[in-house]
Write a protein that binds this ligand. Structure first.
Ligand code: ADP
Ligand code: ASP
Ligand code: MG
Length: 438
């Protein structure tokens, strides 16, 4: 029989009402043997995700502030869900243990992980599925990176022992047994890992939109849906800000080539978006673009030096400066005599002046210019580069809308054009590109 892994995001599980939609989806297809839940998310726009409440609780405990109010909010989220679902599980016991642990020095990751852990307990109870604690089956290396080898040695066997099970998302354990989480949005990665370990036929990622859209629906009004997208395009868009799916969630399923189907819990009949290894027979031949994504808050350092291209070792010296400050960069577009480095604002905060001094000392440039509060926008599409006129249309749309383009990277990657604009122009620029190219 086919096996499907179904991951549900926070808004899909934010209340008893939403959780019942999840149950209907699970009950409708017996292939949905493994369920990966997130913590309860927002029920309405100004609501607070349980994960954010947990971070706040940990923070308050650390600063010896009053923790009661935040704790009571968390208690209410879980007891409301339990009561409205008519379950009898003693969730208070888990809540109390968590509260005690946090007040006696448990880590931030431990605190955050309890969101998924307790939601998993409720959901397993509701579905009548077994509960597998992710701490026992998903592993991290000592340096905090995901340990695929150990996980794939243990998780497949553990899954075989259960006909049907709930495995909470977002966390696992370190070699010393302590809890470790993925980065925010990481339940998507857990879903992918479980899919790989179960050798699933399909990884369903259930969220609150009907698939991957061509642009962020919070910026562009009613963007078109992407029916099919490749792993590579997905990663490019996700990394560049289309946060529907965590950008690292393709790695665990890559080798086994398990397709991912992004679906809407509130509209389960919609076919959503299929994410697949490559598009057979027509890779690169697709008309138009696949999607647009972007994010704010970058610093662009532009270095100018006549004859830079001919100077042996220039690039090495420049990158050496970044290395000295432990900085990784996002992009590095270049032309004959200039090179720009794009780094997240948070990374260079506090060290930018020293970094510039170092660049002056090591590279003797003619000038170094720094612009912070920049946004970067990627326009992605397989074969886009071969289509004459895409970039002309893109740049004339930006000009027409008075967006000042501060950086362009049309580098060697065949599937994207990246532009840098001021933070304040971000939304306008995304809308202009969408209107011109879709
Ligand atoms: P979940 O809680 O289910 O994991 P997320 O909030 O992580 O859901 O991701 C879904 C949200 O991603 C959508 O509600 C939407 O606001 C946002 N989003 C950003 N870019 C896109 C895009 N290109 N397509 C669809 N949704 C997008
Ligand atoms: N609950 C975690 C977060 O808010 C993980 C997730 O939702 O995927 O980031
Ligand atoms: Mg998410």
């Amino acid at each position: 029989m086919a096996v499907k892994v179904a991951k549900f995001g926070g808004s899909s599980l934010a209340s008893a009402e939403q959780i019942l939609k999840m149950k209907q989806i699970i009950d409708a297809d017996e292939a949905r043997k493994f369920v990966v839940p997130s913590a309860p998310g927002k029920r309405f726009p100004d609501d607070i995700k349980v994960t954010d409440l947990l971070y706040a609780l940990h923070d308050a405990a650390l600063r010896l502030d009053d923790t009661k109010e935040i704790y009571q909010k968390i208690v209410k989220r879980y007891t409301d869900i339990r009561d409205e679902l008519g379950l009898s599980i003693r969730i208070e016991e888990y809540l109390e243990k968590m509260y005690e642990d946090i007040r006696t020095g448990a880590s931030e990751d431990y605190a955050a992980s309890r969101g998924e852990y307790m939601n998993g307990l409720l959901i397993a109870d509701l579905l009548g599925y077994d509960f597998i604690d992710a701490a026992d089956v998903i592993f991290f290396n000592e340096n905090g990176t995901y340990d695929a080898k150990k996980t794939l040695a243990i998780l497949p066997g553990a899954l075989k022992l259960h006909e049907r099970a709930v495995i909470p998302g977002f966390y696992g354990s370190l070699p010393n047994g302590k809890i470790k989480t993925f980065s925010r949005g990481g339940s998507d990665i857990t879903g992918s890992i479980v899919s790989r370990a179960a050798n699933a036929d399909l990884y369903e990622n259930w969220t609150d939109v009907s698939g991957f859209l061509m642009a962020d629906p919070r910026i562009v009004d009613g963007p078109k849906k992407i029916d099919v997208i490749t792993y590579r395009e997905l990663r490019e868009l996700a990394y560049m800000g289309a946060t529907v799916l965590h950008e690292d969630s393709i790695f665990p399923v890559l080798e086994a080539a398990i397709p991912i189907n992004v679906k809407n819990t509130n509209d389960p009949k919609n076919s959503g978006t299929m994410i697949i290894p490559a598009i057979e027979g027509r890779d690169g031949a697709k008309e138009g673009i696949t999607g647009i994504a972007g994010k704010k808050n970058f610093t662009v350092i532009t270095i100018e030096k006549d004859g830079m291209n001919a100077e042996i070792g220039f690039g090495r010296k420049l990158l050496g400066c970044l290395e000295k400050f432990g900085l990784s960069y996002e992009h590095m577009p270049s032309s004959i005599d200039t090179i720009s480095i794009v780094i997240a604002d948070v990374r260079v905060r506090g060290v930018i002046e020293q970094l510039i001094d170092e660049i002056h000392a090591q590279c003797q440039p003619d000038s170094v210019e720094v612009s912070s509060n920049m946004a970067i926008i990627a326009t992605v599409g397989r074969g886009m580069i071969r289509q004459i006129g895409v970039s002309a249309k893109l740049f004339s749309a930006l000009a027409k809308n008075h967006v000042n383009v501060r950086m362009i990277d049309q580098g060697s990657s065949e599937i994207n054009i990246i532009v840098g604009v001021e933070n304040d122009d971000f939304e306008k620029a995304v809308q202009a590109i969408y209107t011109a190219l879709v």
